[in-house]
Design a protein around this ligand. Structure first.
Ligand code: C2O
Ligand code: CU
Ligand code: CU
Length: 578
């Protein structure tokens, strides 16, 4: 059915010159179902423009990967093969699973290797996604096209009369934008806003939709921009769910602000519209000035971009005949969600979103609680089964989409006022506006681990890469939380010998190092002779020796980065096992 939609769209594209000039058929990602999933990450290219192709990366293809369909309660086994030239990680955004399976910056997949996490799906039916999360490389790897949807289904959702024929009346839309160089390559180190909207990998996308109630699964996967979603004729739509599940009842709206990494599912009623056209829009000309993307077009680099403070089209659609068994009503009830009780809260924490002082406005680096991410610092210890309130307080010059791993939360209040109805459901990202404090309530159940942390961070990609990120451990009963838990380190500082020394050299299986550790080790990176990062090990893990047994025989460079971002390079020879 999905293929048919594509082919129909394509034939229409060929037959209608007016259409062909303006629109390209929307692509719907293929689906994969479990219980085992094979993902192949590859470096490849894609024809975005006539002429030079664009270098991209993808899961099982040359852009945004397949949609993984999972059933709540099912045990899934993933095989993630890294055929990229660089190391990576793959994070299952929004899912509740053990920290070692989470795919955050600690679960590194060197090139040429396979990562095989598994878990029992515990989340409610909703739209999640997966994406690389290698620290300092997240923006680069997402910009090149790595990511995909992950849809969880469950019996409560299945019992409702909602559109759920994938690609027909249930349409996933991964919305992003990119800036290109004159030779059609991505610009991202000096530009975090695009000039061109890309939806499921297609620019100027158009879909053919049936004249009935249609569900969009909206995901903002921009580098930085927020989108103020609406329809071109200003008609109402209904928000039925968010990041982590359906709402109690649909919420009627006609404008919906989405920060990076937020998901909303909406229903649009196209009944009686056969033969007509409509557009899904970003009404970004009316963004308030703290919102990412409100900078006018002529703002100097790196913020200026062709979509800045403008209204622009996300998706064009043409409305065709209805399907055989159409949904024609907006349900009045969805699912009865149970609230967490503030009476059960045993701990309140605060996280301050801020900017490093004394920086010029075009070179500002943002951080959390006045410090940047450190691999070997645990920022919070959360006792297992705690119900907590976290207050996220913005003191920066802008607004930030705050995301926490492991849990789904409910917003308690925003500057003391209850959240609007469409943001009152389960969420894992909250767009925290300038000078506001958002408090959320959540419960940290199931996955205690005294070594492997979960992350929380701003989801603006270059903010997290720059270190607007921190981590927490969920610890089991009886665990001794260090007294100064805000500055505790996993591994003690030991040795001040310089320069770096690696041994044995040559090595065949495990490589050890001496110094420099006075500032604490951050990363060990191994590069091959072509300069590709074939292995990255976080400092604390590297202290126990670096497994190089899988590397082909040859000469390598190993680079140690300490917490002060000083780098030390050594060379070693890898021999194959005798
Ligand atoms: Cu979308 Cu830390 O992740
Ligand atoms: Cu996440
Ligand atoms: Cu940010």
């Amino acid at each position: 059915m999905k293929r048919l939609l594509l082919i129909t769209g394509f034939v229409f594209y060929l037959l209608n010159p007016g259409f062909a000039q303006n629109y390209n058929p929307l692509q719907i990602p293929d689906t994969l179902v479990g219980p085992t999933f094979e993902l192949n990450m590859i470096d490849t290219f894609r024809q975005f423009f006539p002429g030079q192709q664009t270098i991209t990366s993808g899961f099982n293809g040359n852009w945004w990967g397949p949609t993984l369909i999972m059933q709540k309660g099912e045990s899934v086994q993933m095989y993630v093969h890294n055929h990229l030239n660089d190391s990576t990680t793959v994070h299952w955004h929004g899912l509740h699973l053990p920290a070692v399976m989470d795919g955050g910056p600690h679960q590194i997949i060197p090139p040429g290797t396979t990562w095989s996490p598994y878990w029992k799906v515990d989340n409610a039916a909703a739209t999640y996604f997966y994406h690389p999360h290698l620290h300092e490389m997240t923006e680069k790897q997402l910009v090149h096209g790595l990511g995909g949807f992950l849809i969880v289904r469950d019996s409560a959702e299945a019992a409702l009369k909602l559109p759920r024929t994938y690609g027909v009346d249930d349409i996933p839309l991964a919305i992003t934008d990119r800036k290109f160089t004159s030779d059609n390559q991505f610009r991202y180190t000096d530009a975090h806003y695009g000039d061109t909207v890309i939806v499921n990998g297609v620019m100027n996308a158009s879909a053919t939709l049936p004249a009935q109630v249609v569900r969009f699964r909206l995901l903002n996967v921009a580098q930085e921009r927020a989108y103020l979603i609406g329809l071109s004729d200003n008609r109402n739509f209904w928000v039925i769910g968010g990041d982590g599940g359906l709402l109690d009842t649909p919420v009627v709206m006609n404008r919906l602000l989405m920060g990076v990494a937020e998901r909303y599912e909406i229903l649009v009623d196209l009944t009686g519209m056969e033969g007509k056209e409509l557009k899904l829009m970003a009404f970004n000309a009316s963004l308030e000035t703290d919102v990412n993307g409100s900078e006018p077009v002529n703002t100097p680099a790196p913020f200026g971009n062709k979509l800045g403070r403008r209204n622009f089209m996300i998706l064009h659609f043409k409305i065709a005949a209805k399907t055989n068994n159409p949904v024609t009503n907006i349900p009045s009830q969805l699912i009865p969600n149970t609230q967490l009780d503030t009476a059960d809260v045993v701990k309140q924490r605060q996280v301050v979103l801020g900017d490093e002082p004394n920086q010029n406005i075009f070179n500002v680096r943002s951080w959390l609680d006045g410090r940047f991410f450190k691999f070997d610092r645990i920022d919070h210890y959360v006792p297992l089964d705690n119900t907590e309130i976290w207050a996220i307080k913005d003191e920066s010059a802008g607004s930030h989409p705050f995301h926490i791993h492991d849990v789904q939360f409910r917003i308690v209040d925003i500057n003391g006022a209850p959240p609007p109805a469409h943001r009152a459901g389960w969420k894992d990202v909250v767009y925290v506006r300038r000078n506001t404090t958002v408090r959320f309530i959540t419960k940290f159940s199931d996955f205690a681990d005294t070594i492997k942390p979960f992350m929380y961070h701003c989801h603006i990609l270059f903010h997290e890469d720059e270190g607007m990120m921190a981590q927490f451990l969920v610890v089991p009963p009886g665990f001794q939380i260090p007294a100064d838990s805000t500055s505790a380190v996993i591994s003690p500082v030991q040795n001040t010998n310089y320069p770096i020394e690696v041994f044995p050299n040559p090595a065949s299986s495990v490589l050890f190092f001496k110094g420099p550790q006075d500032a604490g080790m951050y990363y060990a990176d191994v590069f091959n002779e072509l300069g590709y990062n074939v292995l990255r090990v976080p400092g604390p893990d590297a202290e126990n020796g670096i497994n190089i047994s899988f590397l082909p025989q040859g000469t390598y460079f190993i680079r140690f980065t300490d917490q002060k971002k000083r780098m030390y390079i050594a060379q070693f020879l890898k021999l194959s096992r005798e």
